[in-house]
Structure formats: C-alpha cells, structure tokens
Design a binder for this molecule. Sequence first.
Ligand SMILES: *Cc1c(COP(=O)(O)O)cnc(C)c1O
Length: 416
Amino acid sequence: MRYVSTRNSDQTVNFSTALLNGLAPDGGLYVPQTLPKSKTEAWEASMDFPDMAARILTPWLATQVSGAVLKLILKRALDFPVPLVKVGDVWVLELFHGPTLSFKDFGARTMSRLMNHFVKDEPLTILVATSGDTGSAVADGFGNLPNLRVAVLYPKGQVSPTQEKQLIVRRKGVRAFAVQGTFDDCQSMVKELLVSPGKLNLSAANSINVGRLLPQMLYYYWAFAKGKWQFADVCVPCGNLGNLTAGVIAHLCGLPVRKFIAAHNSNDGFPRFLRGDETPFKDSVRTLSNAMDVGRPSNFERLKFLLSDERLRCMIQGRSCSNEETLTSIRRVYEETGYIADPHTAVALAAVRDNPDPVIVLSTAHPAKFSDIVEQALGFAPASVPALIKLDSMPTWVQSLPPTADSLRLNLESWD
Ligand SMILES: *Cc1c(COP(=O)(O)O)cnc(C)c1O
C-alpha cells in the first residue's frame, strides 16, 4: 500500500513516511493510492474490537508492520468499550469511553503507538496545537512511550476548565504550554518550528495525519458488525471533516452506508458546498459545540481528491444547527428518552430527527466533559465520571509562553 499527496499523485510514499511527515512536502494531505476492498467476514464475525481492527487495517499497513505487532498495538491503544445504544428511533455509537472522553482517543492512541514503533534512534518530539479535545487525547495517548515526547500548546484562558485540567496533568514525556495568544498563534508557532527545526527532531500530531485517519474508520465497521444492517445511514458531527472522511473511505472500501449526514453547527461551510455554494467557507465562529468550530476544514481537500463534487453531493447530506437548536436537542432527547447527549452529539441528533431510514449517530464526546452546557439545557449537570474526578487530585505541569516560535524553541532545546 502506497500513499500519495492530494496535490501530486505521481510520487508515492510508504505508510511510515506518510505517518512521520504528517503533511506532504508540497503542502498536500496524504491519501491512499488505492482502496483495498474490505472483506465482509472482517467485520461480520463476532470479534472483539481490537481483533476486528487488526483485520481491517492489515492491508493498509502491510509489509510495514507485522500482523502480530499490529494486533498488540491495537490491543493497547483501543482498550475501552465502544457501545451501540438505542436512543428513541436511532442508534447511537458512543465513541467517548477512552481516557480523555472524546473520539479523538481512537486516532491519538493508535497513531502514537504506530509512531513509537517506527522511531528508533533519537527521541522524536511531537508538537500539537490544540483548541480543546485533540491536545489531551494526544498528550494522554503519547505520554509514557519511550521514543516520543510531546509538547502541547493551547491558548491560555480559551479552553474550558475541564479541558485545561485534562491538558496540564503531569505525564511522563509530556509538556503543556499555555500560550499568551490565540489558537492561531499556537498553530503558527508549531508550523514555524516544523519548517526550521534546527537541531530539534520534530513531528506534528495534527488532525490531518493519516495515522489518525485510519483508526477512525474502524468504528464505522464496528457499528455495522454490531447492528447487522444490510444498509444504514450514518450521521457524523463534523468540524475538520476528519471523522467523516474516514467514514467515506470505509464506504469506498465496501461498507454499506446508504448515505452520510454531515451535521454541523453554525460553521456550515460544508453543507453550503453540498448545496452548490461556490464560496462556502468563512472564518469560524464560536458555538456551544466548540470542537466543531472550524471555518475551513482541512479534510475537505481529501474529500475532493477522493470523489467528484457530484458524487459527494449524492453521498452526503449536509445539515446545520444553531446554538438554540443544540440546547433544544439536548432537552428534547432527554425528555423523550432519558438520554443525556453532549452538545456535539446533540447537533447530530437534531440532524436526524426526521430521517426515514435506520440511522447510526456517532457520539463524539461524553456529556460530563461539557457539563456546563448540558446544565444550561437541562437545569442540572450530568453525573461526573471517575476519569474527570481523578484529575482534581493529580499533579499538574504547565508553563506560560509568549506567542513566539523562539520561546518554544528555547524550551524544547533545554528539555532532557
Ligand atoms: C474533533 C471533534 C469533532 C469534529 O470532528 P472532525 O473530525 O474534526 O470533523 C466533533 N465532536 C467532538 C467532541 C470533537 O472533539
């Protein structure tokens, strides 16, 4: 299996190069050169999640990671439950039972172990700029791996208190930096260092890495294996479109999805594109589902590479939902079924209200992680969970940084 850049399909690279580079040298995103057909027995059998995952991913990594190693990596990375539950008329696939309570744990934990497998000589420092869920999933997933260390940058004062606690917990091999600036400043600092690393050995764990995309296909197969549908619709709460892109790839490999419903908050560039708007993307606005506040989703480039506009418009239905509708959705679902949805899942549940066919909704975060918003909707906060309660008594490590690449460089150079 070889990978190509979305901007040049002549040059191919192997999986480990695509994984460690992150972004292709021409600025494009890596995509698979060919799409391996998944054999139905790979996801029909009653297997546990890591076993099914190993069968699905084997052709993607073949010759680079042995079957036994891949199995071990997936067993350690994906060691949490992935329940499919009935909520009223729809099926909800809960992707938030990993250690940091969002679906980002799938990608981060798998990618980190794959990177650790390929890096052998000098330790690699992974940079990640985060506006919320990604940073803690990466810090947690990458911490304590012998060949890697992680620097997490987040905009000081601009993440939720729960998210910040998750980011600054002291972990072996991880440093958290509170940048006196915006998320964009954090991203520029990372980019600047990646372009001129000097003597640092650097890579990045951003959302466009193929190492995060591949594991995100797995739970789509899992949902179909558990639900035993011939066909079903799948609704995905979308931001940077990584989750949706992974589902579309699984579908192109043979998963019988009838249609995708791309659920967005007011950052609705992609639904606009699907409706035929020529210039749909704008700067992002802040909403109650903050992990979906992306104005120019980077995985759009991958979707355009994989499929024509006509096929995208045929396969995917776009929906968007205001803040008011998000709160109404949380309230309505609770009143009708007793189920407590986080604001991101609530956007998706609003999008499928009148869906005529069987539909699977991907639930991307635990409601306790966004308890203030749930409380705003329901008048009470959801019960907390051990993973969050534990944080209060754990030691923390965080350093404040001015928003310049040089301040980050100095810190990383003196890190032993
Ligand atoms: C990241 C995130 C999303 C958006 O996923 P994309 O892959 O960026 O489209 C949705 N919900 C939650 C809770 C997230 O953390």
